[in-house]
Design a protein around this ligand. Structure first.
Ligand SMILES: Cc1cc2nc3c(=O)[nH]c(=O)nc-3n(C[C@H](O)[C@H](O)[C@H](O)COP(=O)(O)OP(=O)(O)OC[C@H]3O[C@@H](n4cnc5c(N)ncnc54)[C@H](O)[C@@H]3O)c2cc1C
Length: 456
């Protein structure tokens, strides 16, 4: 039985909620987390972590297959899909039990149940009314679908895709954003025949155009049939397959994955009854400290504005907890949050694309350097990767960074850090980088923007 009174109650234990709870407890607040499903939220149980665990198997397989170039002949490589799924489950349980352990270590009470806001200062769960000095809503998001299509049976969302019990022979993915590209790239390399459909003009439509172009080339090289500017229609789900049309063509696949974005999970949370204001369709309106329009109620993560990303949810959790504890906290520059897509080729980006910087009227300078320009690209076997720095000429400000190729999801952090520490591309150009590393291409992109590229 839960105690009845807390300084802070967090609803939802995803990367937003669990980090908020730990920070609140660190600051001396008596804290409880309410979770209706599994500790760790969707991120750890169904989304980010399982996706990356399965993709890791696909990446390793690609490396083994490319081994000959490195003098390694590996015969008889086989995909044991069941074992891949078993590893996924093990990775998930290792990380979720880690979160449960952190709750214990920080004396955070975990309450199981479906929570809702009650009267001011109250939270209702499992027939109990708890009182809370403050409440942090961190209930995340649920998948959206496309008009006329209902999720169910063989029409699945992205979370179900990573947990499929069988490796599909034929898979179609609707939506070539980050999640759709990851699913297409993962399953195609594991052996599925994959059709990737995007209604907009290019894959990863919110990335810089140069990046989209290289990603599309990379996906096609994996045998994926990529169809852009192609909406899907006439979806008919059967017992053992799904039929649909796209452009002039008809197709039938084992599973149709809808990767069409997500919407805030607020059904039954009592948000409307509490008079909490919403802004963009269904998102909870918050100020810079994540305070909602109701006093003492905060909202974070996929429930609020900004990119729906785990690290963004966690950062907001820290801000909310610090604000509740009366501590000074930091603002979030949403545009500078790193974005990572773990398909092959990997993509990491932050800030403005070249087109956005031009639209906003900056005097734009661009530094573009292929991985092949530095020793690391050739040594480690990826000469086609690209680092693109978008800056403005007057002050050398770093407006955006875009990287595609091996380890782009790690490399992007350097550009984010340079910007966060108020450096520009001229400073980036003069920071000494280890040799031979791919990060030298990041430094060289800074030099290219500054007009003195050495290797190129
Ligand atoms: C397939 C996929 C892959 C992704 N990959 C990445 C990635 O690589 N990197 C990245 O940064 N982001 C990724 N994301 C996005 C990321 O998962 C989300 O941004 C993140 O999970 C949001 O965290 P959150 O804390 O807001 O909520 P969630 O992780 O959604 O957790 C919310 C929790 O609240 C619980 N809950 C909901 N309502 C109630 C209630 N009324 N009472 C009690 N509990 C409740 C839910 O059960 C859930 O456990 C991915 C998303 C998907 C779908």
């Amino acid at each position: 039985m839960a105690e009845s009174s807390y300084d802070c109650i967090v609803i939802g234990s995803g990367p937003g909620g669990y980090v908020a709870a730990i920070r609140a407890a660190q600051l001396g607040l008596k804290t409880a987390v309410i979770e209706r499903d599994k500790v760790g939220g969707r991120c750890l149980n169904y989304a980010c972590i399982p996706a990356k665990a399965v993709l890791r198997s696909a990446d390793l397989l690609s490396e083994i297959r490319d081994g000959e170039e490195f003098g390694l002949k590996v015969a008889g490589v086989e995909v044991d899909y069941e074992a891949i799924q078993a590893r996924r489950a093990k990775v998930v349980s290792t990380l979720t039990s880690g979160v449960a352990g952190l709750f214990k270590k920080n004396s955070i009470e975990l309450i199981e149940g479906d929570a809702a806001l009650g009267a001011e200062g109250e939270v209702l769960v499992a027939g109990q009314t708890l009182t809370a000095g403050s409440v942090i809503l961190a209930t995340g998001s649920v998948p959206r679908t496309i008009p006329g299509v209902t999720l169910g049976g063989r029409v699945i969302g992205t979370e179900q895709a990573w947990a499929l019990a069988e490796l599909p022979a034929r898979l179609a993915v609707v939506g070539a954003g980050a999640s759709g590209a990851e699913i297409a790239s993962g399953f195609a390399r594991l052996g599925s025949e994959v059709l990737l459909l995007e209604a907009l003009e290019r894959v990863l439509p919110s990335e810089d155009e140069d990046i989209s172009r290289l990603v599309e080339r990379g996906l096609k090289r994996q045998g994926i049939d990529v169809q852009t500017a192609t909406p899907v229609a006439d979806v008919k789900a059967g017992e053992s397959s799904v039929g649909f049309s796209y452009g002039e063509s008809l197709s039938e696949v084992d599973y149709l994955v809808i990767a069409a974005g997500r919407g805030a999970d607020i059904d039954g949370l009592g948000v409307a009854e509490a008079g909490i204001e919403l802004d963009e369709p269904g998102l909870i309106k918050v100020d810079g400290a994540l305070r909602s329009s109701r006093s003492g109620v905060y909202a974070i993560g996929d429930l609020v504005q900004g990119p729906a990303l785990a690290h963004k949810a966690s950062d907001e959790g820290i801000i909310a907890a610090e604000d509740i504890a009366g501590r000074p906290t930091h603002p979030i520059a949403y545009v500078d949050i790193p974005r990572a897509t773990f398909c092959t080729p990997n993509v990491g980006s932050f800030g403005l694309t070249e087109a956005q910087a031009r639209e906003q009227g900056y005097d734009v300078v661009v530094g573009k350097v292929p991985y092949g320009a530095v020793g690391g690209g050739t040594v480690y076997g990826d000469r086609t990767g690209l680092v693109k720095v978008v800056g403005e000429s007057k002050y050398g400000e770093l407006l955006g960074g875009h990287i595609v190729g091996s380890r782009a999801t790690e490399l992007i952090q350097e550009l984010v850090n340079v910007r966060a520490l108020e450096g520009g591309f001229p400073e980036l150009a003069r920071i000494i980088h280890g040799h031979p590393t791919l990060s030298e291409a990041v430094m060289e992109a800074g030099r290219a923007a500054d007009g003195w590229l050495i290797h190129g």
